[in-house]
Design a protein around this ligand. Structure first.
Ligand code: SAM
Length: 342
């Protein structure tokens, strides 16, 4: 574990690397617009640059890498990047978060390249709802992607579901049952006000307390699984042994134990999902900075990290403002959830 600590004594543990800001879905809670200001292609970090920056981060304590996006499977030759990152000594956990649409064809090559595990985002088991929410008709492809991940032997499969009142809150048990059939742990994410102009509404949030109440009325009881890591989900076990998780980012933020930071596809390093500003690592990378210089920049910046974005968001919510206006998002795509990686 990292000996570098931030202002609140939090170590640097996990790095989420966004590989592209593009996505093949248009989920209403994440990308409600049809068109966006995209990152310029020449700014995207190359595989060599991602590998090098990963080595530097690992040398100062990061040991968990998660590939995300946008949709990471849209990045061409992804197995090649996975092979490089799997070969970085010190990477203990190499995972990917995907919407699963393209997973059926990529699961096997990714596992062969050394990907440890995959999390598939799936909010509903109903194709009509999926089409309504994502504005794409690729529900079958996602289910095929999950089946392929299972068949190919990617272990520790997780399914992440954003729970929204009036959309999929009647599918809690169905999703748990589905998870059981594919040996996946289902994790319910509270709908977050993630900063973009996503028309987030507090009434749509299905809280952790409500999720637990609904589950106990269906299954009788559950017990909390004791934490052994700094993962965002609290985990619970049902009487038959099935485990599910809740990521209560909105009503019970877990900033106090957050060891995660994010690298956008163009090399902007963000120390919090809600951060408005980040540190540009692409410029020093491309202008010849040595590993030591990058290390100094990264550790010095982490030591000044005082972000508690979700806690701040919770306490300041009453103002009813859109967190970042559409105009600002058009000027700076780094403020978008699909750019910073969820
Ligand atoms: N495209 C990939 C995927 O769908 O998993 C990776 C990127 S996506 C931004 C990562 C995760 O963020 C997804 O599970 C998505 O559902 C979640 N997400 C996006 N907007 C969210 C919001 N407003 N509240 C909660 N989770 C959100």
């Amino acid at each position: 574990m990292s000996s570098v600590r931030d202002v609140f004594d939090r170590p640097m543990g996990a790095l989420r690397i966004s590989l592209t800001d593009r996505c093949n879905l248009r989920c209403r809670y994440c990308m409600p617009e049809e068109e966006y200001a995209w990152l310029p292609r020449q700014d995207l970090l190359t595989f060599e640059e991602i590998e090098r920056i990963t080595e530097v981060f690992v040398s100062v304590g990061v040991d968990k890498i998660r590939l995300t996006g946008g949709e990471p499977l849209l990045r061409r030759d992804l197995p090649e990047l996975v092979r490089r990152l799997a070969g970085v000594p010190g990477v203990k956990d190499l995972a990917m978060t995907t919407n699963g649409v393209l997973l059926a064809r990529h699961a096997e090559p990714l596992r062969e390249a050394g990907l440890h595990r995959v999390t598939v985002s799936l909010d509903t088991l109903r194709p009509d709802r999926f089409a309504e929410m994502t504005r794409r008709g690729t529900h079958d492809e996602v289910l095929a992607g999950i089946a392929a991940a299972v068949a190919t032997g990617l272990t520790d499969l997780k399914i992440d579901t954003v729970m929204m009142r009036g959309y999929n809150d009647d599918e809690l048990a169905d999703l748990i049952e589905f998870g059981r059939t594919v040996s996946a742990e289902v994790r319910f994410i509270e709908y977050m006000d993630v900063g973009g102009a996503t028309r987030w509404q507090p009434e749509k949030v299905l809280s952790r307390a409500e999720i637990l109440q609904e589950i106990s009325s269906r299954y009788g009881s559950y017990e909390e699984v004791r934490r052994t890591d700094s993962a965002p989900a609290d985990r619970f076990r049902l009487p038959d042994g099935t485990v599910f998780g809740i990521i209560s980012s909105t009503t019970q933020p877990f900033c106090a134990s957050c060891d995660r930071s994010r690298l956008t596809a163009d090399g902007m390093w963000l120390r919090c999902l809600y951060a408005i500003t980040g540190t540009d690592l692409r410029t020093p990378l491309r202008s010849g900075a040595t590993d030591d210089e990058l290390r100094t920049l990264i550790t010095g910046t982490w030591q000044r990290r005082a972000d508690r974005g979700a806690v701040d968001r919770l306490s300041g919510r009453a103002d009813g403002q859109v967190f970042v206006s559409l105009e600002s998002l058009k000027r700076d795509p780094h403020l978008e959830m699909h750019t910073r990686g969820g």
